[in-house]
Design a protein around this ligand. Structure first.
Ligand SMILES: *Cc1c(COP(=O)(O)O)cnc(C)c1O
Length: 323
């Protein structure tokens, strides 16, 4: 199904749809961070977005674009995490019935949040069942519109509004680091960067254990890997999206990777120095920027913090596992 790739105009239209609905999240600075990186660092905090992650932007944009017939019939999505909550909250706001497939072992907090928004939750086995195939089957049998987590023009255009806000607020950047799973956030950010800061070095960051996008980027074609074992549970995707990869190939400069230990270091930094809670996947961008060392010296650098959904038990467990 080849279709035209989304453009910066789609990001602008998404921003108009999100106006007054999504939070304009803060861009924070830290003198300690600037000193440590010998750079000017701008941290775009999507951990403060509604439902705790940028995913609200893409989910809401996709649902807001549905016509009356599609709205009445309802939507279906699958997710172990933030996309479930994003679609459930967006559906609640727009009064669209939502069915969300979540793994049986999804975190009780995420399950409760998703149900709390009024979505119907159906369990599946994340090791033996193909959630995407289940969601597509439900969409056919019940006439629901399937909302994919990243590989969709309206989803990725919505995700690009975070970077759009960042560039509008701070102007052009020398480099921007973006957390990366299936590539919705990175490809949307790339559309915004190309239009508003064309010289910006755009770096996607994924966990070292799951470097499928880095492999794909180097090979020029999508590489599929086994579901990686990493604490960055928002980036456990085995393969980058088809649409997102086309944009990434064309507009992104490089893909970096970081270890779980480096992610916990960044979580600790955010908590101690910037007084904020960031989930492991949301730390990918900072962890990579800290590794980039001298190459960022004197530069104006942006980091997108993608989400903050982690409970205290897990947070303290990770702090003691990586002292
Ligand atoms: C989904 C998610 C990501 C990855 O986003 P993609 O659009 O799939 O690349 C990163 N961080 C958090 C917190 C997420 O929920």
């Amino acid at each position: 199904m080849p279709q035209a790739l989304p453009t910066f105009d789609d990001v602008l239209e998404a921003a108009a749809r999100l106006e007054g609905v999504a939070h304009k999240t803060p861009v924070l600075r830290s003198r300690t961070l600037d000193d440590r990186m010998h750079a000017q660092v701008y941290v775009k905090c999507e951990n403060f977005q509604r439902m705790g992650a940028f995913k609200f932007r893409g989910g809401f944009n996709a649902l807001a674009k549905l016509n009356e017939t599609q709205r009445r019939a309802g939507v279906v999505a699958y997710s172990s995490g933030n996309h479930a909550q994003a679609v459930a909250l967006s559906a609640h706001i727009l009064q669209i019935p939502a069915t969300i497939l979540m793994p049986h072992d999804a975190s009780p907090a995420k399950l409760a949040a998703t149900q709390g928004y009024g979505a119907k939750v159906i369990g599946y086995d994340r090791y033996s069942e193909d959630a995407s195939a289940l969601a597509i089957a439900l969409s056919h049998s019940q006439g629901l519109t399937f909302i994919p987590p990243f590989d969709h023009p309206d989803v990725l255009s919505g995700q690009g509004t975070a970077a759009l806000e960042l560039f509008k607020e701070v102007g052009e950047l020398d480099a921007l680091f973006v957390c990366l799973g299936g590539g919705g956030l990175l490809s949307g950010s790339a559309l915004a960067a190309k239009a508003l800061s064309p010289e910006c070095q755009l770096v996607g960051v994924e966990p070292q254990a799951g470097n499928d996008v880095q492999q794909s980027f180097r090979k020029g074609e999508r590489v599929k890997i086994a579901t990686p074992v990493t604490i960055a549970d928002g980036a456990q995707t085995p393969m980058v999206g088809a649409i997102t990869f086309e944009i990434i190939k064309a507009l992104v400069n490089d893909i970096h990777t970081v270890t779980d230990a480096q992610l916990v270091d960044s979580m600790r930094f955010y908590a101690e120095r910037m007084k904020m809670l960031v989930e492991p996947t949301g730390c990918l961008s900072l962890a990579a920027a800290l590794q980039a060392g001298d190459s960022l010296q004197g530069k104006k650098v942006g980091l997108i913090v993608s989400g903050g959904n982690i409970d205290m038990a897990r947070f303290s467990q990770l702090m003691s596992a990586y002292p």
